[in-house]
Design a protein around this ligand. Sequence first.
Ligand code: PLP
Length: 326
Amino acid sequence: MGNDHKYSLPEKGVNRENLINELEEARSADVGWKEGRSFGLVYRAGDNLDKVIRDVYTHYIHSNALDPKAFPSLKKFETEVVSATANLLNAGENAVGTVTSGGSESQLLAVKSSRDQARSERSKVGNPEIIMPASAHPSLDKAAHYLGVKVVRIPLDEDFKADLDAVRQAINPNTIMLVGSAPAYPHGVVDPIKEMGALAVENNINLHVDASLGGYMLPFMERLGYRIPPFDFRVPGVTSISADLHKYGFAAKGASTGIAVTGCAWKTGRGSATWKASPMYAANAKWGYRARRRFQKQEKKETTFGSGWNACFKKPYIANNQLSLQ
Ligand SMILES: Cc1ncc(COP(=O)(O)O)c(C=O)c1O
């Protein structure tokens, strides 16, 4: 057999010590995040928490959230993480949510749910469109590309926020969702969510807030007395929010949460008698092994569940919070 590629599987195995040494050497060229040389990418709350996260992570390396009956502990963790996040974001008791692998997957679910909702509720959605400011994260472009949704990017105003007039002008019968960020990555600025919410209500469309960065930070800043622009489910019109555990939730990569409220397609499954899927679950009744992932009503990721759970419940500021976990 030819060997045209530069690398091939080694003839002989490598012992643990050499393997670890090789890893250490390889990462010596990586950015010095422990020394604060990285603004984003790695979000870290110090050596003590780092140790806890590692311990928790190793407990769940081999677990699989595919089957919550086999791994009820993962189901329990997801339920608790989603419930606590829903509380943190003032989602109310009808909220549903899921733990995802990161901000990109949470955006994907938000776009998918809006697209599916529009397909089922509107007699005609020609070419579904989402409107978002120039600063919104490219993961939303990716989600839209995967899902056949057109992205309309609108300019920012002089404060680097979504230009409301431009949003207003861009809304048309194909619009299914507006997107605002809390905050957006490029400038750290929160979009005018309240005003965007009013436009969403007025036009009967969804408003997704990408709080991947701020979801586990802004609520605590508010409690500390900082003036935080309204961005969560208290704002009428907000239908879904993404909040990343692996950013300022300080969990291990990759973990995020997607929370949605009443009226959003996250709550309903679509499909046929044998196959159903929603952003919350996918199930196929005719597959030999009963595969069903059901996450509705705050009920899903192995190691990251553990560390996300740890981030939510082992930190004092959350432990003191009133949680309703029915
Ligand atoms: C505002 C925002 N949204 C979405 C994402 C994508 O998140 P992830 O890299 O976890 O997929 C990021 C990542 O930095 C972000 O800053």
